[in-house]
Design a protein around this ligand. Structure first.
Ligand code: PS7
Ligand code: MN
Ligand code: MN
Ligand code: MN
Ligand code: MN
Ligand code: MN
Length: 356
């Protein structure tokens, strides 16, 4: 029966669904709604990348240990019985690696063409993560000097997710075969989500010694020439920190039109919802962060009611474009004419307006 082949009743797959709930705040619900086999395939894709990211994020693992684990993860992820118990304290994500053999078991049951996509994307991502982690370890901190380096990092950890998802959508037959070749657009979609996450997680990441904001943006002379990313949370620097933040938001908004273009290509309603909800959430999060000094002090999140409204509205490309436009207008309305990026921000918001 469909139920048996989707593995809802199998112990190992049931554990995988539990891990999806444990490790994903935002993706769990939309993944479960996906049509047919896509739900299980993308659940496993998520868990593979969550496992890989848990190793990347674990700052208690020394570089010489981390390098070979990252670089062999695409092999471990299909090696029956493989688990990783020597990782640090992040409890729920840690447990996924402790019991990783259930993911391996289920991944080996996935149709070979889909499994190959997952393993291929995992391989490309682990190489990028390992290169950046090594650079960070050997320079003392993860320092992205240029916007180009920042874009490349986002390509590795999120743009590739977009590519893999498109390939899985095409392979499922639920989306056009040519969707998998829209790499520019799928990369933009992933990058918009990743950059939003990197902006919002400023404080948490800085405290863990991870510096994703590119120095080319935060070090600009027009914001008073910060020497360290940690200087931005000092109350005395609040105004200048908000100018830097505008620079980061303007940079993230570059990917908004491509993301709307990507959404317009989708046909399947469950695939559409899966892609659209995180995208509108990202725009809502950018608006929440923008000109909000709290972002430099603590983790801020959009309100439950706003998230609920946004989920209900993310059903077609036109509504999504209107939501993007409304968030762009709110951002523009909060901008200060004395902000060094005021003009660039106005242009970025205007472009989103034009898309509609
Ligand atoms: C396979 C659904 C839809 C074309 C684990 C979805 C961390 C922002 O700060 O947990 O580490 O806690 O909030 C997701 C493109 C990737 C990009 C990336 C895999 C959209 C490992 C999501 C998610 C492509 C690297 C959320 C990129 O992290 O972060 C699947 C189309 C994982 C997507 C990471 C981040 C995801 C992220 P934190 P989060
Ligand atoms: Mn998160
Ligand atoms: Mn990471
Ligand atoms: Mn992470
Ligand atoms: Mn995290
Ligand atoms: Mn983050």
């Amino acid at each position: 029966s469909e139920h048996a082949t989707s593995g809802w009743n199998r112990q190992s797959m049931r554990r995988c669904w539990e891990f999806l709930d444990l490790t994903s705040r935002s993706f769990s619900a939309v993944i479960k709604e996906l049509d047919g086999d896509l739900a299980r395939t993308i659940c496993l894709f998520y868990l593979v990348l969550r496992g890989l990211d848990t190793i990347e994020d674990d700052m208690t693992i020394p570089d010489d240990v981390k390098q070979p684990i990252l670089r062999s993860f695409h092999e471990k992820t299909v090696t029956p019985g493989w688990t990783f118990k020597e990782n640090g304290p992040d409890e729920k994500d840690r447990q996924l690696l402790v019991e990783y053999d259930v993911v391996v078991e289920e991944l080996n049951r996935v149709a070979p063409d889909c499994r190959d996509v997952i393993v291929d994307i995992c391989h490309k991502m682990e190489v990028g993560m390992a290169d950046y982690a090594h650079k960070a370890a050997s320079t003392g901190s993860l320092y992205l000097a240029t916007v180009a380096e920042y874009d490349l990092y986002c390509h590795y950890v999120a743009g590739l997710v977009g590519e893999g998802l498109s390939r899985l959508f095409s392979a499922s037959g639920k989306e056009a075969d040519w969707l998998q070749y829209q790499l520019e657009l799928s990369n933009s979609m992933g990058t918009l989500l990743q950059k939003t996450n990197i902006i919002r997680d400023y404080r948490e990441d800085v405290e863990e010694g991870r510096f994703f904001w590119p120095r080319e943006i935060w070090g600009r002379e027009e914001y008073g020439g910060f020497k360290e990313m940690a200087e931005m949370y000092l109350p005395a620097n609040q105004e200048r920190a908000l100018w830097v933040q505008t620079g980061m938001v303007v940079d993230a908004l570059r990917h908004a039109e491509d993301s709307l273009d990507y959404l317009r290509l989708l046909k399947n309603q469950t695939v559409f919802n899966f892609c659209a909800i995180p995208a509108t959430m990202a725009m809502a999060t950018l608006e929440l962060c923008f000109m909000n000094p709290d972002m430099f002090q603590r983790n801020i999140k959009i309100r439950k009611a706003e998230a609920a409204r946004l989920i209900m509205r993310s059903t077609n490309p036109r509504e999504c474009a209107y939501m993007f436009r409304d968030y762009a207008r709110k951002i523009h309305a909060k901008a200060s004419p004395s902000d060094p990026n005021f003009l660039r921000l106005s242009v970025a918001c205007g472009k989103i307006e034009q898309w509609c």
